[in-house]
Design a protein around this ligand. Structure first.
Ligand code: MRU
Length: 366
């Protein structure tokens, strides 16, 4: 079995007196090439977050946490760094949480120990994420076995939720890997995930790496796939889950939930509890990131050719010059369309305010 990719790592200074480096696997260059991006300051890391060189909710949490450790170790203003990092992208709650946890650890430590305390906290979060992802895979597989006793699952997924977004095997993709490991993954349907192609570029890349039986489809082909009876369950991740159970995830998730309901197919959301935000009352209160219209009006050659980071305006126009584009990065699926939420603490089903609050308080049904 291929080794997991390392999406992010901390490198100690090669020489005393040098500063540490946060090393990212540049996801804008995949699948064409595996190139590392070295972050030595906060503006560089913020840019990596905004261009999606580093992305996906749990990994954004780790990037934010290590970003504070980096600022502390290199003697930057840590509070200012926290402001920039936490607001680099608004939807995934993990980012601000990773920043906040590490910042609190930094301030709680005695002077002289603060940089070390921030790094230790970032490492703790990293280890928790890896452990959580193993538990998620275990609970998710158990749920599939319960919902689909015949085995031989044909799972549909959207966006990218694997080792590239996590210190472990990821979220929804951890469940896919658990199913594959026990020989029950009959087919993984991979939505390409327009406009930035996280499915085509990243999930297909991970699925191929682990020898999974997978098929890529254009997002708008999902309807006919359901109609043909080819999907047994949908498994997706989340960027923020509101107190009422509404789920913000990569744009295109909500239409899948509607299709799943229409066709009587389970729709499973898989996320660590750090993605559950009881402070956000409902889906309408979740801030949805709006991305540049050029991501829709252009095909961006760098992704296809692997020759550099995606930049608005760097692609080939596929719409008349001046065309306005609607480009939300995420959409919101209402709780009534979600069959279950799988976390590292167990499964929440049916999904609702009380069940989520109980889970957050450690009282889980199973
Ligand atoms: O814009 P991205 O690529 O950061 O969006 C990622 C997603 O929407 C994932 O599905 C989500 O973060 C859950 S992954 C663990």
């Amino acid at each position: 079995m291929a080794e997991d990719m390392v999406a992010l790592r901390w490198e100690e200074p090669p020489e005393p007196g040098d500063g540490p480096v946060l090393v990212l696997l540049d996801q804008t260059r995949l699948p064409a090439e595996e190139v590392e991006l070295l972050c030595t300051d906060v503006p560089g890391l913020v840019q990596a977050i905004q261009t999606l060189a580093v992305r996906g909710a749990p990994l954004l949490g780790l990037a934010g946490a290590y970003g504070i450790a980096l600022a502390a170790a290199r003697g930057f203003d840590v509070d200012e760094a926290a402001g920039h990092l936490a607001s680099a992208r608004p939807t995934a709650v993990n980012l601000e949480r990773g920043v906040r946890r590490t910042l609190d650890a930094f301030h709680a430590a005695v002077p002289g120990q603060r940089a070390a305390a921030a790094l230790a906290e970032a490492r703790r979060l990293h280890a928790e994420d890896a452990h959580g992802s193993r538990e998620i895979g275990r609970y998710g597989l158990g749920l599939l076995e319960e919902l689909l006793p015949g085995g031989g699952y044909r799972l549909l997924t959207h966006c990218n939720t694997g080792a590239l977004v996590s210190g472990g095997e990821g979220t929804a993709f951890a469940v896919v890997r658990a199913a594959h490991r026990v020989g029950e993954l009959r087919r993984l349907w991979v939505d390409e995930t327009r406009p930035l192609l996280q499915g085509a570029r990243l999930t297909a890349y991970e699925a191929a790496r682990y020898g999974m039986p997978y098929t890529l489809l254009a997002d708008n082909a999902a309807g006919s796939l359901f109609a043909a009876g080819e999907v047994d369950a949908v498994v997706v991740g989340a960027d923020r889950i509101a107190a009422d159970g509404a789920v913000a995830n990569k744009v295109g998730t909500y239409p899948l939930a509607v299709l799943a309901r229409h066709h009587g197919v389970p729709f499973l959301v898989v996320a660590p509890t750090s993605t559950v935000d009881l402070g956000t009352a409902d889906g309408g209160s979740i801030e949805i990131e709006q991305r540049p219209g050029s991501e829709v009006t252009e095909f961006t050659a760098p992704y296809a050719l692997g020759v550099g980071a995606q930049q608005p305006g760097a692609g080939v126009l596929v719409a008349p010059l001046g065309t306005q584009a609607y480009n939300p990065a995420f959409d919101v699926t209402p709780p009534e369309l979600v069959t279950a939420i799988v976390t590292e603490r167990g499964v929440v089903s049916p999904v609702g305010e009380e069940a989520l609050a109980a889970m957050a308080a450690g009282r889980i049904r199973r």
